[in-house]
Design a protein around this ligand. Structure first.
Ligand SMILES: [Zn+2]
Ligand SMILES: [Zn+2]
Length: 144
């Protein structure tokens, strides 16, 4: 708890009970939840909280670098409380996003970036495919 407060203060995010609850909800899961899922979770302990507050708070957290948005599917934003470099496995069937802990994953600097004077803030490595459940469904469909 003290660590969370310090983290928020060091990022100059003012601390409110709502923000603490939202951060707590994010920390409690590793499935890269949507704003809607965080809202549903926080609402259980804070019935008066609005979706708008949750959504805006998540956006502030993103801007401050407390969380990152994982949005490769161009649908609803998914939020990731793990901001350190990690690899994602994404199922194109059910949109499951799994963290792969691979600190030594190679992330080459793309050519031309330095000449463009572009400052890279975040890099990510994504592997797309089908999760075991979706593979199974697909195989049984193909059999039918
Ligand atoms: Zn799947
Ligand atoms: Zn992740």
């Amino acid at each position: 708890m003290e660590a969370i407060l310090q983290r928020l203060r060091s990022l100059r995010i003012s601390v409110t009970p709502q923000r603490l609850a939202i951060l707590g909800a994010l920390e409690s899961r590793r499935d890269h939840p949507t704003a809607e899922q965080i809202y549903e979770q926080v609402r259980r302990e804070m019935p008066a909280i609005s979706f708008n507050t949750v959504y805006k708070t998540l956006e502030i957290f993103c801007q401050k670098g407390l969380i990152v948005k994982v949005n490769p599917l161009h649908e609803v934003a998914r939020y990731d409380v793990q901001t350190h470099h990690h690899t994602h496995l994404i199922c194109r069937g059910c949109h499951l996003i799994v963290d792969l802990d691979w600190p030594e994953a190679p992330l080459p600097e793309p050519p031309g970036v330095l000449s463009q004077d572009f400052r890279i803030e975040h890099q990510s490595l994504i592997y797309w495919g089908l999760c075991p459940r979706c593979r199974e469904t697909r195989i049984s469909k193909e059999d039918a």
